[in-house]
Design a protein around this ligand. Structure first.
Ligand code: TEU
Ligand code: CA
Length: 560
């Protein structure tokens, strides 16, 4: 059975460790999620993407899985999961699981067996190679620092880990591995889960020649041309689709660093039978400097518009977009793309929401975004918990590549922990996230920014998100309308239209603190207009053909 409900849906991402703690141990958990389902039902979302809840030693907060069929002790038990699933479904909310199958934890039984001997039936579950002259098999660097190869004493060979050395890469060339994964997916689907967000799924197929990569400043080679969108990736996804996904009515999204529009057409094309949509990284990488995210530079709105427009147009006929500003790996949307000062936090947050949710694709809301949470700036690097942040700090300091101050600037702007401070539920101690000591400090601005406040204020960003979600339900043009960019070269205004049948949706967003003048291009003709949503009070009789925008103003009109 194929339906398009996932096109009409709004997805909300939960990062369980930071969502809500039900038992006071300082760690968010599954019961904590169940307790907050009413908040999500009220918001109006359709699907929860649940970051990993599987058994894990938490080297990378659950993205290192040691048992795919058990719940992490910190998060509760399988009964709690089943209860949460039941309660979500009761409210009409679907659950999309995180599927992390490029790698496992080194504490997964498969790897424990695999590393024990070259003769182990599990040896070939992972990627083992001999070194050359005491050096690793290739010069590739790992995402979280150091070489991508770890020497293992027991058998005198190296294993590949594209992320931390506690995240060994699975060998997707091995059919038994693939079938074990498919069985595990069916285990969760049979329980009633509704789909998967697939972690770095475009990394699973490695170029079997294992060539060296181009060397960077840190002295490691870039292996990505040999594992991103690799030689057998489409074959594997089609197999997975045939054996698992096509047997159920699912929502699927592949997380894909380095995916281009051309690749995405292949991953999401209707007749290709792979995935529904992908997460690309082009817009979240704007302004990356010499050392990528750690050396952020001013980004340009025209670059952002170019990226969004390329994806909108590229997938217009076939395939489907996912739309996101933030997730658990990215800074907070308002701090990154809007303005988190007191004067503009809410208004720019509403503008960003308008811009994103009215594009063509399935919108994703990251926990806390709906109440306008912002980046945190801890003074000390010791207050950070994220493996990527901590390792990068050490590497850049030890390598003498960046000063402490520069590195802290990068961390404040872009560390993954910006998204991982606990959700601010109220102005109670620790933002009402926990009655104990939180595993990572709560953003000190919780007294002003919290869900209780946002829910009680009808003008808040929370109620604006509710309105946007409702608008999507009432207007098929938001889901299906054809996208067209207006005012391409404007550095302050992002304006576009969506057209469907005899209607045009006109979206105008000011990304600046200035008050630029908007002039509707002559091609856009209409005789009737209706204001659908706006983040300032607007006189509904005002003519949308030409007017002056307020700072971070957003408006959407339905034209006929
Ligand atoms: O992220 C993939 C990925 O490419 C990350 O390295 C991400 O881009 C980076 O944090 C941005 O600087 C996925 C998960 O979303 C992430 O949380 C995991 O750490 C990673 O895979 C490994 O499983
Ligand atoms: Ca807990």
């Amino acid at each position: 059975m194929t339906t398009n409900w996932w096109k009409e849906s709004v997805v909300y991402q939960i990062y369980p460790r930071s969502f809500h703690d039900s038992n006071g141990d300082g760690i968010g958990d599954i019961k904590g999620i169940t307790e907050k389902l009413d908040h999500l039902e009220d918001l109006g979302i359709d699907v929860i993407w649940l970051s990993p809840v599987y058994q894990s030693p938490n080297d990378d907060n659950g993205y290192d899985i040691s048992d795919y069929r058990a719940i992490m002790d910190d998060f509760g038990r399988m009964e709690d999961f089943d209860e949460m699933l039941k309660e979500a479904h009761k409210r009409g909310i679907k659950i999309m699981m995180d599927l992390v199958v490029n790698h496992t934890s080194d504490e997964h039984q498969w790897f424990v067996e695999s590393r024990s001997s070259k003769e182990s039936p599990y040896r070939d579950y992972y990627i083992w190679k001999k070194g050359e002259d005491g050096k690793p098999p290739t010069n590739w660097g790992a995402a979280f620092g150091g070489s991508a190869w770890q020497y293992d004493d027991t058998t005198g060979e190296y294993y590949l880990h594209l992320f931390s050395k506690k995240q060994p890469d699975l060998n997707w060339e091995n059919e038994t591995v693939r079938n074990d994964i498919y069985d595990m997916m069916n285990f969760w689907l049979d329980k009633g889960v509704n789909g998967f967000r697939m972690d770095v799924i475009n990394f699973i197929s490695k170029d079997q020649r294992y060539p060296d990569g181009e060397v960077n400043d840190a002295g490691f080679g870039d292996g990505s041309p040999y594992f991103m969108n690799g030689p057998r990736i489409h074959e594997s996804l089609q197999e997975m689709n045939k054996k698992v996904l096509s047997q159920h009515d699912t929502i699927t999204v592949g997380e894909m660093p380095g995916a281009t529009v051309e690749e995405a057409k292949l991953y999401t094309g209707e007749d290709r039978h792979e995935l529904n949509m992908v997460f690309h990284f082009e817009h979240v990488d704007v302004g990356n400097g010499k050392y990528g995210k750690w050396t952020p530079e001013q980004w340009k709105l025209t670059d952002l518009k170019k990226i969004f427009s390329r994806w909108q147009e590229g997938l217009e006929e076939d395939g489907w977009n996912s739309l996101y500003w933030s997730n658990h790996d990215q800074p907070r949307a308002i701090s990154r793309f809007g303005n988190d000062s007191e004067a503009y936090r809410e208004i720019s947050g509403k503008m960003l929401a308008t811009c994103l949710h009215l594009l063509k694709g399935t919108p994703y809301i990251y926990q806390g975004e709906e109440i306008g949470m912002t980046n945190v700036a801890f003074d000390s690097v010791h207050d950070y918990r994220d493996i990527e942040t901590l390792n990068a700090y050490d590497d850049y300091m030890n390598g003498g590549l960046l000063t402490h101050d520069d590195m802290m600037k990068g961390i404040h702007e872009r560390s993954r922990d910006n998204a991982r401070t606990p959700v601010q539920w109220s102005d109670d101690r620790h933002g009402g996230f926990t009655k104990g000591k939180p595993w990572i400090a709560v953003n000190p601005n919780y007294r002003d920014i919290n869900a209780q406040q946002a829910v009680s204020d009808p003008e808040s960003i929370y109620h604006y998100y509710k309105k946007l979600i409702k608008l999507r339900k009432d207007n098929p043009i938001i889901v299906y309308g054809k996208y067209e960019l207006l005012l391409k070269d404007d550095e302050q205004i992002y304006a576009y239209t969506r057209t469907w049948e005899d209607q045009t949706l006109l979206v105008i967003c000011n990304f600046s603190e200035d008050t630029p003048k908007f002039e509707l291009p002559k091609e856009v003709k209409f005789s009737e207009k209706e204001l659908c949503i706006a983040n300032y009070d607007v006189d509904i009789k005002e003519d949308p053909t030409t007017f002056t925008l307020k700072p971070y103003e957003a408006r959407a009109y339905l034209l006929k």
